[in-house]
Design a protein around this ligand. Structure first.
Ligand code: GLU
Length: 473
């Protein structure tokens, strides 16, 4: 069956940091577009002037680009449906409001927050689900004018049609049915003149030609309202798919302690973008491929139909697994860049590249390389308790022989360790564990031969002497 090219979008509000949940929504939207040969739009929902900040927006956009999620239309790119910031689209909303008003789909509402609160309480006390009581729905033109003249600014409500069944097929959850009588007339323009989420979001999706809206489950109840609005405006309806939430491992909402780290935090910790994307494409989505996928391979393994209907749980072990894969699949140049300032003690060039090649398999996060840099670049290294035990067990004569034989092997590690084996009668772990412990201060780490090469003779001899002294105590 030919796939229909989908126009999808991500519509962040620049009021906070992006978390894994938002990043997954962005990634799935991007993948749905890429997998169908469609387009991906980025729209900024910054109508909440009090909470939206340019610095937060810049950071969100930077983090999306860092993840490799690039947009075909949106900020910095342009496109035929701009502007792409809602704060610059008031003319579009004004036109929609005029149209709705002209067709009697709206009415001004003067109810104060206190009155609305009281009405809610009364309905709840009577065991009814609270919805707007249509207090202002029947005000005469003259009454409306009188209130405006007395200085009251009204909000504008959408008149929800009575006795309607709103049906749509959610692309994740399947068929949905809502009764319009359960939906209260909702505010589409606030008393301060700003448009509500319902209006701005629905009108923009339609006006921007979005064919598939993917967003969190928390928006599912908004969809029937938005469909009614678009219908009243005579605008094209997108399809909607609501992605189940991402929960903490314990099943509770994500918290700072459990999985709610922002992308900013994850990036600062040294997570690689490919690790995050490989993890997210499998979070609540049966991607059908167990192995590493490069960014340009993700789309061919994405199928919205294989998205789970229930909440996904964050799993730190899985994220770390993909981090290991991401490191393995990075080029030497990428790893050098990733380790950045942690490599400062090593001269740029051959020595640094060799070191990166040797330690690549042993670091999951940049900070972990510090000890290994110390092994090849510092005069002394700290010795772990396990390493000290190995040194003691081998005894001082072992290290004395190793030191004596080093010169004769002229930097040939194999020849050197063969000579030590002959001289001391030790082989296998009995030989390599104490040697590694003396030279690196640890009982495990990257392959020893190239590490020894990078250390240089003076350091090797100095550490063997120190081990000899330690073993002789
Ligand atoms: N700005 C909204 C949010 O961040 C977008 C919701 C949507 O995707 O429709 O929740």
């Amino acid at each position: 069956m030919p796939v229909t090219a989908q126009i999808t979008r991500f519509a962040p509000s620049p009021t906070g940091a992006l978390h894994l949940g938002n990043a997954r929504t962005a990634l799935f939207s991007w993948l749905a577009a890429r997998a169908s040969g469609g387009r991906f739009v980025l729209r900024v929902e910054d109508t909440d002037a009090g909470r939206s900040q340019d610095a937060l927006l810049e950071r969100q956009l930077d983090e999306l680009r860092w993840l490799g999620i690039t947009w075909d239309e949106g900020p910095g790119v342009g496109g035929p449906h701009g502007p792409y910031r809602q704060s610059e689209r008031s003319a579009v909303y004004a036109e929609a409001l005029t149209k709705l008003e002209a067709n009697a789909h709206t009415y001004p509402c003067f109810c104060s927050p206190e009155e609305l609160q009281l009405s809610r309480k009364t309905q709840l006390a009577a065991g009814r689900p609270p919805r707007y009581a249509r207090t202002c729905a029947g005000l005469s033109q003259a009454e409306v004018q009188r209130r405006i003249d007395s200085g009251k600014a009204p909000a504008i409500r959408f008149r929800v049609p009575d006795h309607r069944t709103v049906e749509f097929v959610d692309r994740v959850h399947g068929p949905q049915r809502f009764q319009s009588d359960d939906i209260g007339d909702f505010v589409i323009r606030r008393a301060d003149g700003s448009v509500s989420f319902f209006l701005g979001n629905a009108v923009d999706d339609s006006a921007m030609g979005i064919t598939l809206v993917l967003r969190g489950d928390d928006h599912l109840a908004n969809t029937p309202r938005q469909l009614l609005l678009l219908e009243a405006l005579g605008m094209p309806l997108p399809e909607y798919g609501h992605l189940p939430l991402v929960l903490a491992p314990s099943g509770t909402p994500l918290s700072k302690r459990e999985g709610a780290a922002s992308l900013t935090d994850l990036r600062a910790q040294g997570f690689l973008p490919g690790a995050i994307c490989n993890y997210l494409v499998r979070l609540g989505h049966a991607c059908g491929h167990d192995g590493w996928l490069a960014m340009d391979q993700l789309a061919s393994h994405f199928d919205l139909g294989r998205t789970s209907h229930s909440a996904a749980r964050f799993d730190d072990a899985q994220l770390r697994h993909w981090q290991r894969e991401a490191v393995t699949h990075s080029t030497a140049a990428q790893i050098e860049q990733w380790l950045g300032a942690h490599l400062e003690a090593l001269p740029v060039g051959k020595e640094r590249s060799e070191f990166v090649a040797v330690v690549k398999g042993n670091v999951l996060f940049p900070a972990e390389v510090d000890e290994l840099v110390a092994v090849v670049a510092n005069d002394s290294v700290s010795v772990s308790a396990e390493a000290a035990a190995q040194i003691t067990e081998a005894g001082p004569e072992f290290f004395a022989s190793a030191g004596r034989l080093h010169g004769a092997s002229a930097g040939d590690f194999k020849a050197w360790t063969r000579a030590i084996a002959e001289a001391t009668g030790r082989k296998g772990a009995k030989l390599f564990m104490p040697l590694r412990s003396a030279l690196t201060g640890a009982t495990h780490g990257p392959e020893l031969a190239p590490l020894v090469g990078l250390m240089g003779t003076a350091r090797v001899l100095c550490r063997l002497e120190r081990a000899q002294a330690l073993a002789g105590k």
